[in-house]
Every structure is written in structure tokens, then in C-alpha cells.
Design a protein around this ligand. Sequence first.
Ligand SMILES: Cc1cc2nc3c(=O)[nH]c(=O)nc-3n(C[C@H](O)[C@H](O)[C@H](O)COP(=O)(O)OP(=O)(O)OC[C@H]3O[C@@H](n4cnc5c(N)ncnc54)[C@H](O)[C@@H]3O)c2cc1C
Ligand code: FES
Ligand code: FES
Length: 1417
Amino acid sequence: MAPSATIIETESITVLHDDLSHIRFASTLQFYLNGELQTVRDPDPEGTLLDYIRSEAGLTGTKLGCSEGGCGACTITVAHYDEIKNKITYEAMNSCIIPLIAVEGKHLITVEGIGSTNNPHPVQERIAKYHGSQCGFCTPGIVMSMYSLLREKNGHVSKELISEALDGNLCRCTGYMPIIQACNSFAYDSDNYNKAQLKPGSVTACSKGADCCQNKKNGAKAEPEVEKVEVCARGDSCCKNKTIEANGVAESEASGSTHDPSNEIDVNALFTPNGLPLKPYNPKDDLVFPAKLTNYKLKPIFYGNEHKVWFRPTTKQELLEIVASYPQCKIVSGASEVQVEIKMKAADYNVSIFVNDIAELRTWEYIEGKGLLVGANISVSELEYIGEDLAEKLGKHTKGQVFEHMTTQLKYFAGRQIRNAASPAGNIVTASPISDLNPVLVACGAIVTYEQLDPTGKVISGELNMNDFFIGYRKHRLPQGAIVTSIFIPETRPNEFIHSYKQSKRKDDDIAIVTACIRVKLDSEGLVEDSTLAYGGMAAMTVQSKQTQEAIKGMSIFDPSFLEIAVDNLDKDYPLGFGVPGGMATYRRTLTFSFFYKFWQYMLAGFNSSHPSAKALLEVDSNAKVTRNKPEGWRDLETPFEYEVVGKSNPHLSAMKQVSGEAVYTDDIPPQHKEIFGVQVLSTKAHAKVLSVDYTDALTVETVVGYIDIDDLPNKEANLWGPLPFGKEQFFSDGEVFVVGQTIGVVFATNKERAAEASRLVRVEYEELPAIISVEDAVAQESFFPDSRITELGDWESAFKNSKHFFEGTIRFGAQEHFYFETQGCLVIPEEDGEIKVYASTQNPTETQEYAAQVTGVAAHKVVTRVKRLGGGFGGKETRSVQLSSLACVAAKKFNRPVRMSLSRYEDMLTSGQRHPFLMKYRVSLDEDLKFTGLDTTLYANGGWSMDLTRGVIDRAVFHACNCYYFPNVRVAGIPCKTNTASNTAYRGFGGPQGMYLAEGMLVEVAEKLGVDPDVIRQKNYFTANTGQITPYKQKVDDDISVRDIVKQNWEEANYDQLRKDVEDFNAKSKWIKRGLAHVPTMFGVSFGVKFLNQAGALVHIYHDGSVLVSHGGVEIGQGLYTKMTMIAAQELGVPIEKVFISETSTQVVPNTSATAASAASDLNGMAIANACEKLNERLKPIREQLGPDATFDEVISTAYHERISLSATGFYKTPDIGYLFGDPDPAPAFFYFTQGSAICQVEVDTLTGDWSCLEAHIKMDIGRPINQAIDYGQIEGAFVQGMGLFTMEQSLWFRHNGALFTRGPGNYKIPGFRDVPQKFRVSMLKDRDFKHLKTIKSSKGIGEPPLFLGSCVQFAIRNAISYARRDNGYVKGAAGLPVQSPLTSERIRASIGDMLVKKGLVVPKNENERDFFIEA
Ligand SMILES: Cc1cc2nc3c(=O)[nH]c(=O)nc-3n(C[C@H](O)[C@H](O)[C@H](O)COP(=O)(O)OP(=O)(O)OC[C@H]3O[C@@H](n4cnc5c(N)ncnc54)[C@H](O)[C@@H]3O)c2cc1C
Ligand code: FES
Ligand code: FES
């Protein structure tokens, strides 16, 4: 008899456990959203707060940038009445991370809640009017971070507070400066602080001054005094600063304050920027806190569905009971680990408990003479403030040391939004090896208290010393089922020293490479009694340096061998191998030494700096940090070329919509009837045969509608796309995959989460094939596309033989991720007769249309692409968007339903390609006068697995390989390499930066080897206009070439010679902190490399009311194109700008458009619009003559309409005179003109750690006669900062073992943040030229790409600082001989210093099989 199947009854998670039946759980969530009560009866347990805001509430102002808390685009304000602090608290949080349950009983404020285009909040107004919004996708998040701060501080904000508040926000467009300026206009320590308007007697906010009662409580930071304005040291919390709120309920009443509310600060005086027509900020005008919430009573909550349930206990006891009832539950506090695990690792926590509302877990107490006892789930921000206050109170160098260094560590822990939500318990329990807090807790011997219920229901508790809490990778000693309830942090004892350290790729909001806290207890003679050297980033968990601790025990810190012995033992404690997971073996080991060295110096100075041995051992600057002053920007706003409209610095026309969240991006388009969402099945192999694909399981997932793959195309040819006959890409894999992330198929469901779940169920069998990732391997294996490009001039081989100097070398240029804020996305709607409407985030509407037609088998006239605006593109949406929209079109046709696709940041970075990495080999010669005589260079570009735009990128690299220098004999060759990475593509500069890096890198290498200043060589070799010189591609060096003038002006205005002297003086006195100075010029050719693309069309309608609708082929990516085009139309027609409107870019209105790229969009489309306006003006001429000069435009138009004159005209433009062809002996010019510039940068480098900052940047550009100077300056600053990231910190890495991209989100890939901006950022334009030679629209110049290369100046300045350091270390020729490679990361900086510590840390491969863990493409 066959055994009968046993049916196991699994209890539904939606049924409450019997043991909890005595708790009265509510199942409805209630909170306020922008002042309105929300009652959510059936909350989606799987969604985040952002999902609710965007999908349920339909408020699309809050954006999704990354889903991992790393970009700040989703920032909202959460306000709640905090019983512990007895005040209303306003906190910025990442809505992509926190669950909906977190806002129960609170006031959720989104960007729409604080203002609108008609009535913007002062933060919104200022960011818009200070030009702080370009693409606008980051803007709502930034607005909300600033708003949260203003609310929390009741308007009393300093520049320091602002800078801290913005450390969790990123922006890829603006270069941050205008945002900083807009936000700083609220700061009481800024220049905008309007002292003149202070009311007499309004000088003291709190009559008790520093003795304000609020100072004594909870320890927030004391605000600095501002001139005569004594802001209460408690700042925001001062009882005087409470705002009267709704229904007569005052926050001051809520706080129970007894202070006299007279003598309030005059808000108008404080917050009205001098001379700007902006609203003052008055906290009393802000959205009121709902009165009902001040009386909100916490209630236990339980809700969910079969997939997931949520609990929200209100007491510790309830929490313990729930945990006991559901042993597999997941405790969720700030969710900054848990949510990342859910989103990125598909973790499934079906019983979750939100603990952040349990007051017992969030209290704190300072126990006199002992230390700090904090609730386990207090927020990291709160812990930071408490620590700061305690350090102040107990002494930063005595008892409060531990708090001082805990706070320092926490200040650089994530961004403010994460710190506001995350908890120390979350950090401890996660047990991450790179935690920043854990080393502090381990070093100081903090005690963790935990509790749990025993089987009888009795609470049992225990204590664990953090000293031995961790036992392995993400493993600890906390008993199963226990909750952490509190952490005790002992204060520092006499003769005890403690200090924390952290080094990461970016200073702000970055996880550590190595993080440490070192504690040493000395006896009265300076002998080590005991110590803890806790390091993170050196092993699978936070570890102690046991051998070193043992070795230094009993040693005198004055013993000259103390350091050597410690370093020798650290060397043994951390014997990392070359291929260690995470890479950077030498750097990580060296950092452990550097940190210890700093600590030893700190201890020597602190213990007894006047001890004779200490004097001998102490270095002046060993504990110095690199200067990080608050950035100050300056723009030269002289406007010599101003017309009625053109030439004015109007803000971006969408700016007000962007700051208020009203601007609509592709994914903000409301859901369509029967819409489905697609998630791709992506290959997991870098190169493999696909043996089978089984998607049957995927189809069983609820709400799944179907699956598409290559079989759904009209024919196999329709599967191929790309601009050339070879190297084409496939929409769907066809039996073989060539890259991790190639599309195999797509699953569609009505629910996004279910589509993602189903896509993971598709089973693919592979047979792996050899893969190539790096350009070096491609060259070695001759893996090339058949497409070399060569330019030649003169006889370089003879030049090499006959010249005084000859050098050869290799230069390496790494990839760069676009990191546009809005990821790739589209919405496709099928319509009658096979028509297809495509809304896409694309720079290339026509190509989108072309391939939509191809994959659906319809003619192009039945496809319309519509684009309103993009949240950034930078070239990454010039072709790469086509893949996604084409897939969606296939599905729209197959299922006959609207299809939406929107990539997660992970998918986007994996699939969309990057800036091309290059390997460049050169041979160069110079004569005795240091003039270049010959150059032969070959540029190998990593094209990825398909050609895409690689030919164009190589062409431009070839054209720019000499930058602005004259070489009489030259050969430049470009070769595209085929590898198994995503297809690399267009990126701001399009090969130009790579080419110019060859020129400048080579020049610097030559100068270093010759021992001369690089600028001596530059001066001798700059192109000189009208002297008969030609470029290697035979273009005449004519009137347009202004490099010499730009450099001269910039040099003088920056006072370069004095800067050099200052740097020399500084370095002579400073051992470890070194300064560096560099200058870099740029000369960027403007025109598409392919002749036919240099054309544009426009359509201008004038309606009979006199309003003007302009359409053109360019896409608004954030670069201000629509603003400039509107200005041109207004100028040409002689109407105010308000009369002109541009709605969108549509292939139905202006056909056959070129991609918006090559810095040529304003030139081409502007000319086309001018052409249309010219036609209209011609037609209107008789009417104008008839009505006379006093007739208004409206009268002219009305009359023309009644006279039956056509008020609609098309315009067209094609760039004249250009059309370079490779191989043509007498070619036409490649470029219509050149946009040129110069940058001078000074940096400061901590040579012990590789940390650096940019002290100043002076940028001067030749931008012709700008159409809108403010927009152009925005492009310059944004491009410079993007370039700075490219050349210093942005490093794309692939796993060596499987060829998958590792750097796939803001967590692993670091773009510059707010605090990386040059601290003195000066931008100006070339003066004293008339630009009559320019035949462009209004003699303006394209500006989008040209300034990007100037960011390399920061790298060369760092190299200069390295030179100084190396000379101190015995390398007489400084940096000579060091590789020229980009990016110059903190790791590479540290490795270059040449001191004893790095020599000791050096790790080399044991054999040829031992390779680095990561690989650069
Ligand atoms: C963008 C970003 C940046 C980050 N940067 C840093 C950084 O610079 N430095 C750094 O160290 N970390 C960083 N982190 C990691 C993370 O923020 C911290 O580990 C944080 O402290 C986790 O706290 P949480 O409250 O959000 O934990 P959660 O995600 O809520 O929980 C984490 C774990 O702790 C458990 N847990 C929480 N509370 C308790 C409790 N009371 N008892 C028992 N278990 C509990 C949870 O069950 C879970 O297993 C970053 C994270 C993100 C998303
Ligand atoms: S989307 Fe939330 S931080 Fe990036
Ligand atoms: S304006 Fe900040 S990302 Fe575009």
C-alpha cells in the first residue's frame, strides 16, 4: 500500500498567535499626510513608505533614485510629538527604506505639502531661483532635507547644520554650489543674514541665554553665537522658538515650557537674503502640526496578508511576547539593513516587528562617574547629539573622549536621513565587518543588555561585553530570540586614550574601507596597562589586534621602538593576501598602521607633550585632518552680451515645478487602465551558451500576465540593433549570452513586486565560455571589433629619431557610471490600427521610434515617442534607453495592454553601460626648447560586448588626443576592444576626456621626468591662432582658438604664482598633510562626428491670442535646453518669454531628430527655431508695417490671423562647412568651433590615509556670448564636479570570479557629495573678445560637455601633492615614474606616498595565479 501523504497544516501568518490574544491590536493605520488624516484600512505590508506615497496617495513629487537609502531622492519629513523630549520633532527620512508602519501616529510631509509653483515654500523658491535645480530629480529630496532642518531647528540654522542636513542627498547635475548657496541663505552665519534689518531689542532668543533650561536636557549641540544675536544655545529646542500651531495648540505648550515668549528673533531680519527678491522664511507660515497628534496614544498594531504581517508593539513587554510567539520574526528598527536585504537580496521576512515606537528602547541616561546608558533603538542621530553634548560636558580629551570619538564616527555614518531612522541595536545585531559604531563599542568595552522570555513567560536578561560579542561574519553571541534593550558606554578613565578613525572612498555617507577605534590605558609613567585596537574592514567581523595588544602591553609610549613594535605586530595581526575579498590589501593594511601611528601621536601629545621624549617623537601634523571649510562659490556675472531676452540669467523654466514636485517624469505618468509592469530575466554569466530557459514557474505567480523573449519578435533580424553593420546588440539573447545582465526574457504582471518575484523563478541553464572583462585582456587576446580609426600628419618616426627628448608610456583611464538620477524607464501604450505611443526617458526619441517600429513590425509613422523631461542622461540615454522601450513595445503588442518598465538602480547600472575605459600607449618627442616634435599613440577603448556608439567615442578621443597642443608630426589610432561587459556608450564628453587625458597625462609624465614645471611645456606648445598651425585632423587653428588668452586671464585672476608659493611654504612645514596645485586647459570640438546628425528641425505655432508654442527636436535633460530655446523664440519674435511655451518633444511634431547630445542641441535646435521665427517674422512684416511700431504683438497676430496669414512655420538648420571623413587627404573640418577653458585647482592630501579635499578651483571658459549665463555656469560647475568624480573617486569594479559588475548602487559607487565641492569655487568667462567669428545662434557656444575634462585638474593637483610627499621620502623626482591612471582613488594616493608604513603594508601576489579580487574594465 502506498504511503498516504501527510498534509501539514501550516497556520496562516494572518491569524494572530493565541498567546497574544490578550493584546488589543488595531489593524488600521492612521497618520497625517500633508496635514490630512489618512486612514489606511488594508495597508500593503510589503510596500515601503515611498510605495504608499507614490502609488496609493498618488503624490509623485517624492522620487525613487536607488531604493537603498543612498541618494536622498526619496526624502520626506516625519514629524511627531516626542514624549521623551516633550516636543514636536521633525526628521528627514528616506521613504524608500522605512516601512509604512513607521509613520503611524505621525505627520508625514512630502514636497507637495509645503508649497507649490504658485506659492512655493521659501526653500523651494530659493533653490529654484538660485539655479539649484537642473534635471530636478534630486530636488524634492534636497528640498525636504532642508525643510526638515528648518522645522526641527525652528529656523535657527547654521551653515554647519545645513551641511550636515544635506549629507544624505546627492545631485548629479548641479555641482552642488547653487544648492549650497540657496540653503545657506537661511543660515544665521551666512552673508545673507540681514543684520541691518534686526529689530532693536530682538537680539536674544532666550532670556536665560546659555542657561536656558533646554540646554540641560538631552544634550543637543550648542549653537555658536552670531555677532550680537544671541541665539539660545539650545537653538531649536529653546522654549522661545516654539511656533504656535494649529487649533491654538502651541508646541511650547506641548513642551510645557515656562519661558517668556518676548524678545523673539525677528524672522524677517534673520532670513531675508540681502538684495534678493525672495520671500523671508517665517516658521509660523509652515504647515501646522496636526493638533490631534499631540495627544496621540500609542496602540499595538497588527496587519498583513499571506506574504507578510507587521506588528507594532508599544511596550517592551509586548515586544518580548511577540518575539516569543514568532521565534522566526524579524525585528525592524530603522530598516536600513533589513530593507536593503529585502530589496537587494530578496530576503523574505514574513513576520516583521517595528520597534522604533517603544519608548523604553529609546531613552538615555548619563550615570554620573560611570557612563552613558542608551536604549538600544534610540536613533543614531540622537546618539550623535548626546555624544556631542557629553563630550563637551565631560571634556573631549578626558572623560568625554569616548563620546567625542563615537560622535566623530557617527557624523560620517551614512547620511542624516539614515541616521534619523537607524539604531545602534541595528548596527550591533547586523554585525557588519565594516560597522562604524562597533569598533568604538568594542574598544571601550561597552555592555549590551538583552532580554527574552523564558518558556514560562518570565523575563530573563543578560549582559554581553562588546569586547567578545562578535564571533564570525554577521554572527554574534546574542542568544536566539533575545532582543537588545540597552547599551552601556563607559566614560574614559584617567590616563586612558581613545580615538576613532575611518577611511572610505568618499568622506560623507560612505561605508568604511577600514574603520577603527583604538583605546590604550596607561599608567602614570606612560606604560601601557591594557589596550584594545578594534578594526573594521580587516576581517569577517570587527576584530581586535590581539598580537599587537599583547606586544605593547607594559611598553612605554616614549620608547622609540614603540611604533615599530606595534606596526610589526599589526602586520602579523592582519596578513591579508593579495586576492583578499574586497581587494585593496596593501591599502587596508597600511591604514591599520597609519591609524595606529596617528593614535600614538595623539597619545603622546595628550599624555605629556612636554616630556622630552615626546618632543622628539611628536610630528606637528600627524593628527591633522585635511581642511574642509564650508564651500563658497563665486560666479563672474558681468553680462556684456545681454539682449532683451537672450543673455539674461533666467532660472530654468521648470525649476519651480521641480522644487515643488509638480514636474512630471516618465514614471510619474499615472497608471493606465490594465497596465502591466515588466521585469527582465537577466543573464548571470559573463559569457555562456544558454542551454535552456524554463519560465513555467514564473507564470504561476499571482498577477503574472505573461513572458516575452526572442520568439515574440516579427523575425530574427528584428532582434538586432545598433548603428553599424557589425557589432550589433541583441534585444533578447539568442542562444548565447555575452555579458552578465543581458536580457533573456521579460516577465509581466500587474503587480511590480510579483513581476520581480516571478522573474527570479525563471530557470536558465548555461554552459560557461571564456570571458574577457578588461581592456588589457582584450588587447592581449586581440579581441577587437573590426573598426580602427587613424589620423596622421607629418613624419613622427623621423621626429622621434631627430629630437632631443623621447619618452614612451602607458596611460589608463577607468570607466564611469552615468548615475543619472532617474533610472531608465518607459511607458508604452498600444492604440488602434497598431499605433504605439511611447513615453520614454530617452535622449533619442527618433531612435526609440525606429526600433519600436522594428520590433513590432509596424512603420515608423504609427509610432510616436513623447518626452517631457529627463531626470538626467549625460549620454546614458542616447541609445541605451532604446533596449528597454523596445522590450516594452514587444509586450504592448503581444498583450495589447499598456506596459510600464522602470529599472531599479541595480538593474540600471548592471545593464546600461558606462563611459569607455581606455588603455593608451604613446611615444612622444620634444626638441631642446621643449616643443613637441612627434607623437604616436594608440588608444584602445573597451567597447563592451557590442559596438553601440564606440566608433563615435573613439573618433572623438582620437580628435582630442592632442588637447590644445600643436604636434607637427602625429599619428593617433583608436581601436575598439570587444569584451564581456555591458556595452559602453555615450557619456558627457564622448571620448574627449579620454583623449585629453592622454595629452595631459603624457605631458605631466614628461615634465616630471625632465624635472620641469608642466606649464612650461604647455606654454611652449599651445596652439597659436592664425599661424598656419593645423590639428592632427587638419583643421585650421583660427580665430576661434582662445586657449592662450583663457589661460593668461585665469592665471592672473587666480594669482597662480602666489598660490604656488603658498603651497611650497605650507609643504615645507607640514610632513603628512601636503598641498598640491595644478593647471589644466581644455579644447573641446563642438559638432556631431557624423555629418548627417548635424541637423535639426523646429515647428513654431503662434495662436490667435498671441501665445507661441515651440516644438523642436531637442530633449530637456536638465541642461536648460527648453529655457534657452524659449528665450531664443521670444527674442526672435520680439515677445516676452512668458508668451512662449514648449510642451514636450514628440516625433509626431518634429520628425527625424538627432539625439540630444554632443553639446550641440542649443546650436542646432536654436538655429532651427530662429529659422522658423524668421519665416514668421517675414510673414508678419506687412502687418507690422501696417499697424505701426506701437502695435502690440497680440494685435499684430490677431490682424494676421484675420488676414489669413499662416501663423505656423517649420524651421530647419544644418551646420555648414563641416564633414570630416577619416582617410580623406583634404578633409572638411571636424568641428564647427571649439569651447575652451582652463582650471586651476589646489588640494590638500592626508598622505597617511589618502584622504583629500579640494581647497579651491578657478575655472575660466570661453562660452561665446551666452544665451543664459546662469544656465551655462550651472553646466560648468556640474560638469566640473562630475569630472572631479571621474578622475578621483568614481571607480567601477567587476568581480573577477564571474565578471559581474560589483559597483551597482550608491553604496558601492561613489559620486561626489555636497562636501566634496571645492571650498573656493570660482567660475568666470573669457573677457575682451567679441566672438564675431562665431556663426552660431547669437554667437553662443555649446557648454554641456566641454568643462568636464577640467575636473582632471583635481587629480593632477593631488599628483602634485604626492610629488611633494615623495620628495620628503627620498624620491628626488617626486611622482615621476608613478603610473598615470584614472581614477586616482584614496587607495592609489596612499600607495604612492613611498613612506615606510606603505612599504611595510605592501602585499604582492604570491604567484601568477593570485589576482586582485576585483577587476577594472
Ligand atoms: C545608505 C546606507 C548607509 C549606511 N552607512 C553606514 C555607515 O556609514 N556605517 C555603518 O556602520 N553602517 C551603515 N549602514 C548600515 C546601517 O545603517 C546600520 O547598520 C544601522 O545601524 C542599522 O540600524 P537599523 O535600526 O536601521 O537596523 P534594522 O535594519 O532595522 O535592523 C538591523 C538588524 O538589527 C536587528 N535589530 C534591530 N533592533 C534590534 C533589537 N533591539 N534587538 C535585537 N535585534 C535588533 C534587526 O532584526 C536586524 O537583524 C548604512 C546603511 C545604509 C542603507
Ligand atoms: S531612493 Fe531613497 S535614498 Fe535613494
Ligand atoms: S538636478 Fe540634481 S540630479 Fe539633476
